[in-house]
Design a protein around this ligand. Structure first.
Ligand code: FE2
Length: 291
């Protein structure tokens, strides 16, 4: 049958792919993708001009990507798809620290540093933050040798890879927990910032009346032998954008107090001057067998 109409083309396309695809997972995905895309086109009665605008939008999104800019992740994030995938992969269990989106600004192989050292590689006069705590298992026992990867924007709201004036690896580092599961590092006090809005994702936000702001946060990625890797953020309590995060990534359990601290003993121990900001946060990892 070649006489395709709006009433029969979906079934024909699905049948053609399903009959040629031997991999069952691929078959399930392609069948659902075609079914939902066709249903979407019918649902909105997509015009030819709109179809072409969509093609142009996706083309622009691809052209915006390079080794430092990932516009497709940003598109997925702002449409809530990244958070949906995260929610399906890491359902709430009440045990262990909750996960959230990776975001488009992670860079592998940040410098390995000693606990207590600073990831501030230039001075923008932001108030330093001492971040410290423990990494434990679900029962609260310390995990020694866990890898703690951390990254954040500086006070100008930019990640180092977005900022031509930033030194390499500014506000990125990798730490390893001590025998008692503890980690400690010095960074800046995080600020709320806008996702990049100079590309197609920014045009989409404009067209739909949304802002591109993210509540202040620090990214963490943790891993340890025998445990499920954890990708998450810690958000700053009281931030104005906690309820309207451009990428829908906030979770109540990830909001923490970044408090002003006058503790002179602590300041001296970490080479800081008072007042500084203190974040104390313990992470819980789940056993790999639970994944
Ligand atoms: Fe971020």
């Amino acid at each position: 049958m070649r006489d395709y109409t709006a009433d029969n083309i979906t079934e024909a396309v699905v049948k053609e792919y399903a009959s040629k695809t031997s991999d069952p997972r691929m078959q399930r995905i392609i069948t659902s993708l075609i079914t939902h895309m066709h249903a979407f086109v019918k649902d909105v009665e997509l015009t030819e001009a709109e179809w072409f605008a969509g093609i142009q939008f996706l083309t622009d999104t691809g052209k915006m990507c390079d080794d430092k800019r990932q516009e497709f992740i940003l598109l997925s994030d702002t449409l809530g798809v990244s958070m949906l995938v995260d929610a399906l992969s890491h359902p709430k269990t009440g045990l262990g620290t909750e996960s959230t989106v990776l975001g488009p600004f992670y860079v592998e192989d940040a410098p390995e540093q000693k606990n207590g050292s600073s990831i501030i590689r230039r001075d923008l006069s932001a108030r330093p933050t001492l971040m410290r705590g423990k990494v434990t298992n679900a029962e609260g026992a310390p995990i020694a040798g866990a890898r703690v990867d951390v990254w954040q924007t500086s006070a100008n709201g930019l990640y180092d890879i977005q900022d031509k004036d930033a030194p390499e690896w500014n506000l990125r580092g990798r730490f390893t927990t001590e025998e008692d599961g503890s980690y400690a590092l010095i960074s800046e006090t995080p600020v709320s910032y806008s996702i990049p809005t100079d590309g197609p994702v920014g045009r989409m936000l404009d067209a739909t009346g949304r802002h591109g702001m993210r509540p202040a946060h620090v990214h963490f990625m943790l891993s340890a032998d025998g445990y499920r890797p954890l990708t998450t953020h810690i958000f700053v309590k009281g931030d104005a954008y906690l309820d309207s995060d451009a990428v829908f990534a906030t979770k109540d359990s990830l909001v923490a107090d970044f408090k002003e601290c006058e503790d002179a003993t602590l300041a001296e121990r970490y080479g800081l001057t008072t007042p500084f900001t203190l974040l104390e946060y313990d992470f819980g990892l789940m056993p790999a067998a639970h994944s």
